[in-house]
Design a protein around this ligand. Structure first.
Ligand SMILES: Nc1ncnc2c1ncn2[C@@H]1O[C@H](COP(=O)(O)OP(=O)(O)OP(=O)(O)O)[C@@H](O)[C@H]1O
Length: 255
């Protein structure tokens, strides 16, 4: 079963510390992400969620500790091994980051052009299949300026999936979306996890999304400079005794 304790860990983070100019953002961060689960990184503003994501995809080097993705240690990888590993993960940034002068199909073709020998016609076919998976089959010829914010997020996910990565990282997917569009995106994430077996690592502080999509989560905290909770978000909401965790899930203001 995906996400069960028996499922294989596809990401292992051990005793990770992030520091900038001697300032500790977090330390002693240790967790596993299991194959096929939707894993959420949550916490208040400035606690280091994006910083953790950037460590996990190799943009930042750990001050301490280690990160292993699909059985490979991220740190110390040479150029070719690093590119090979990065090909196996997909990332969707908050903005969707689509190229404005290219159609959606062309946007999704970019990673295929960079990383495969597929001819243009085959790239276009793959791009249309990916757009179909995110519900944008009819929008392949449209430019980013011609689509809504929700569609841009879906297109960003389709592009992150271009090379069929087993792991997808999503940075604040609901940011800037209205609640209905956001709920639609949550449903899509769950559907992709279920139908394709893709493992998702999602950074978000949207409570509705966390409860809708998360199999498991960790919560970071700025004051604690590290993890203050790990587990099923619904159980944390109902059972956590940590006042900060309770306040987050119940939207209470701490005195
Ligand atoms: N490259 C960097 N250099 C220096 N400081 C950084 C760098 N990246 C992040 N930080 C600092 O690390 C802290 C955590 O930032 P981060 O963006 O990871 O938080 P976050 O939890 O994602 O916040 P938000 O929800 O507001 O996006 C902040 O104080 C930020 O200024």
């Amino acid at each position: 079963m995906p996400g069960t304790p028996e499922a294989e860990a596809v990401i292992r983070v051990r005793d990770l510390a992030a520091r900038f100019d001697g300032r500790t953002i977090f330390e002693h961060v240790t967790f596993d992400v299991r194959r096929g689960e939707v894993f959420v990184i949550l916490g208040g503003s400035g606690c280091g969620k994006s910083t953790l994501l950037k460590h996990m995809i190799g943009l930042y080097a750990p001050a301490e500790g280690s990160i292993e993705i699909l059985g490979v240690r991220m740190d110390g990888l040479d150029g070719a091994a690093r590119v090979a590993l990065l090909r196996r993960i997909g990332v969707m940034w908050q903005s969707g980051a689509l190229f404005g002068s290219s159609t959606l199909a062309e946007n999704i073709g970019v990673p295929l052009e960079e990383h495969t020998d597929l001819p243009a016609e085959a790239r276009d076919m793959v791009a249309r299949v990916k757009l179909g998976l995110v519900g944008l089959a009819d929008a392949a010829g449209r430019l980013p300026a011609e689509i809504s914010g929700g569609m841009a997020k879906r297109a960003g996910i389709a592009r992150a999936m271009a090379l069929d990565p087993p792991i997808l990282f999503l940075d604040e997917p609901s940011a800037g979306l209205d609640p209905i569009t956001s709920a639609g995106l949550d449903a899509l994430i769950r559907q992709l996890a279920r139908d394709l077996g893709t493992t998702f690592v999602v950074v978000t502080h949207e409570l509705q999304s966390i409860l809708a999509i998360g199999d498991r989560c960790i919560m970071l905290d700025k004051e604690a400079k590290g993890m203050i909770a790990e587990g099923d978000p619904r159980r944390l909401r109902d059972e956590s005794r940590n006042p900060v965790v309770r306040a987050f899930f119940r939207r209470e203001v701490l005195a």
